[in-house]
Design a protein around this ligand. Structure first.
Ligand SMILES: Cc1cc2nc3c(=O)[nH]c(=O)nc-3n(C[C@H](O)[C@H](O)[C@H](O)COP(=O)(O)OP(=O)(O)OC[C@H]3O[C@@H](n4cnc5c(N)ncnc54)[C@H](O)[C@@H]3O)c2cc1C
Length: 396
C-alpha cells in the first residue's frame, strides 16, 4: 500500500496535496493537522483591526484529513496524539512530508500593562480584536513585517500605537535603508509612534501588547540525528529531503517555513519564511511525488519573493536584496513610489519595490532569466531603470 502522510495542513501541506492530485498521484493521502480553522495567514495581520478580519479558508484537500497532531515521526511511520498515552495511534506511511510551520515567539520578560498577544493563527487575531476596544493604547514589540502591518492596521482604525524598534529603523534585515525609512515616515504620518533603539527600560504600560518578535519551528519528536539549523529548522537537500549527517533520509521531506534548504541551487537563500516559498515548495514536491517513477532527480528552484501590505503601502522584494555589492535607488524617494535595484558583479540580482506592484512583477520575470539576459549596472546609471519596459523589450 502506498500511503503518503503530510503533517501540517497549512499553506505548504495543502499546496503539496493539491499539486499531487493535479499531477495524477493516486496514493492514499493523509493530511494531519490539529488546527480547527485552516486559513491563509497573510490576511490576518493586514486586516487585524479592520472592520472585518479577512479570513480566507485554505482549499479542502482531496485527502483524508485527520484533526489531530503528530507527536512522533520516524521513517515509515508517525504517531498521532490521542487523549491519553494508550490512545496514541501509529500510522504507517511509505512517504512522509513534514510541513508543521512555525509558532510565534513570546517575550521572555513581562511587559508593563495589559495582556501580551502574538499573531500566528486566526484564533490569535480574533483574540487581539476582542481585547482591543475603541481608541486602545497598543504597544507593539518588533521591527519586522508583522509589527508594521499590525501597527498600520491599528493606526488606521483609530487606536494609539507605539512600535518599539530594536534598532533605528524597521525591517533592517530585509530592506535597504531607503525603503525602511520611507515606510517608517509614512506610518509615522499616519499616526504610528516609533521608539527607536528600544530596550525594556523604554517600555511604557499599554492596555494591549502585540509581540511580533519572530517565530520558531513547531516539530513533533524526531530522530535525534536529523539535521537542524541554529533556529531548529530541518535542513533539507536540493530535492527538499530531510537530511541526517548531511545524507538524504529516503522518503522523508520537509517543506514550508520549517524547511531550510542547505544544499543545492537554493542553499544561498536558506530558510525563507514566505508565502511564496511555502506555496512553491508544496506545489513542486506534490508534482515530484506524483511522478516519482518517471521524473528525473531534480532540485526545487524558484525566484524568491515576498510581499507585505501595510495599510496602503505595498512593499515587495524579489531575488537577492541583502548582502549585494551594488544597491541603486531608482525613482523618486520622496514620492513613496520607487525601487532599490541590487547588483552582484554588475548584474541585476534583486529588486525591492515600494508601491510599484507592476515593477515587482517585471523584476520577477527578469530574475528568472539567465544573468546574461538581465540588466547591468550601466542600464541603471542615472538612477532610472524601467523594469516593465525591459520585459516588453525582451518580448518584442
Ligand atoms: C500573520 C501572518 C502574516 C503573514 N504575512 C505574510 C505576507 O504578507 N507575505 C508573505 O510572503 N508571507 C507572510 N506570512 C508567512 C506565510 O504565511 C508563511 O510563510 C506560510 O504560511 C508558511 O506555510 P507553512 O505551511 O510552512 O506553515 P503554516 O501555514 O504555519 O502551516 C503549518 C501547519 O502545521 C500544523 N501543525 C503544527 N504542528 C503540527 C503537528 N504536530 N501535527 C500536525 N500538524 C501540525 C499547524 O496547525 C499549521 O496548520 C505571514 C505569516 C503570518 C503568521
Amino acid at each position: 500500500m502506498d500511503t503518503i502522510a503530510i503533517i501540517g495542513a497549512g499553506l505548504a501541506g495543502t499546496e503539496c496535496t493539491r499539486s499531487y492530485r493535479d499531477s495524477g498521484g493516486t496514493a492514499d493521502l493523509i493530511l494531519i493537522d490539529p488546527r480547527p480553522e485552516r486559513c491563509e495567514l497573510p490576511p490576518l495581520s493586514k486586516t487585524l483591526f479592520a472592520r472585518e478580519l479577512s479570513h480566507t479558508p485554505l482549499p479542502t484537500p482531496e485527502a483524508t484529513l485527520m484533526s489531530t497532531g503528530a507527536t512522533h515521526i520516524a521513517p515509515g511511520h508517525i504517531t498521532l496524539a490521542g487523549g491519553s498515552e494508550q490512545q496514541h495511534r501509529r500510522i504507517d506511511a511509505s512517504r512522509i512530508v513534514i510541513a508543521t510551520g512555525l509558532r510565534a515567539r513570546r517575550p521572555q520578560t513581562p511587559l508593563p500593562g495589559g495582556p501580551v498577544h502574538t499573531i500566528r493563527t486566526a484564533a490569535d487575531a480574533a483574540a487581539i480584536r476582542r481585547a482591543a476596544k475603541t481608541n486602545t493604547d497598543i504597544g507593539i514589540l518588533g521591527s519586522g513585517y508583522l509589527a508594521l502591518e499590525a501597527a498600520r492596521s491599528a493606526a488606521d482604525a483609530g487606536h494609539q500605537v507605539t512600535v518599539y524598534l530594536r534598532g533605528d529603523q524597521p525591517l533592517a534585515a530585509a530592506h535597504h535603508p531607503a525603503i525602511s525609512r520611507a515606510l517608517m515616515d509614512r506610518h509615522a504620518a499616519a499616526g504610528v509612534r516609533f521608539v527607536l533603539d528600544a530596550d525594556p527600560s523604554d517600555y511604557a504600560a499599554h492596555a494591549l501588547w502585540i509581540a511580533a518578535i519572530g517565530a520558531a519551528p513547531v516539530l513533533p519528536e524526531l530522530p535525534a540525528d536529523w539535521d537542524r539549523d541554529g533556529a531548529g529548522r530541518l535542513r533539507v537537500d536540493a530535492g527538499l529531503h530531510v537530511c541526517a549527517g548531511g545524507t538524504t533520509v529516503p522518503n522523508v521531506w520537509a517543506i514550508g517555513d520549517l524547511a531550510h534548504p542547505a544544499t543545492g541551487p537554493m542553499a544561498a537563500w536558506g530558510a525563507q519564511e514566505s508565502e511564496a516559498a511555502a506555496a512553491s515548495q508544496g506545489a513542486w514536491l506534490g508534482a515530484q511525488l506524483a511522478t516519482a517513477e518517471t521524473a528525473a532527480e531534480t532540485a526545487w528552484i524558484d525566484v524568491p519573493w515576498h510581499w507585505s501590505f501595510q495599510g496602503p503601502e505595498r512593499v515587495f522584494t524579489a531575488g537577492r536584496v541583502t548582502g549585494t555589492d551594488t544597491p541603486i535607488v531608482s525613482g523618486d524617494e520622496q514620492s513613496g513610489r520607487f525601487q532599490v535595484l541590487h547588483f552582484i558583479d554588475g548584474v541585476l540580482c534583486g529588486a525591492e519595490t515600494l508601491n510599484q506592484p507592476p515593477a515587482h512583477n517585471a523584476a520577477r520575470k527578469i530574475l528568472a532569466l539567465p544573468p546574461a539576459s538581465r540588466p547591468t549596472t550601466s542600464d541603471a546609471a542615472g538612477g532610472v531603470l524601467d523594469l516593465r519596459a525591459w520585459v516588453r523589450r525582451l518580448r518584442s
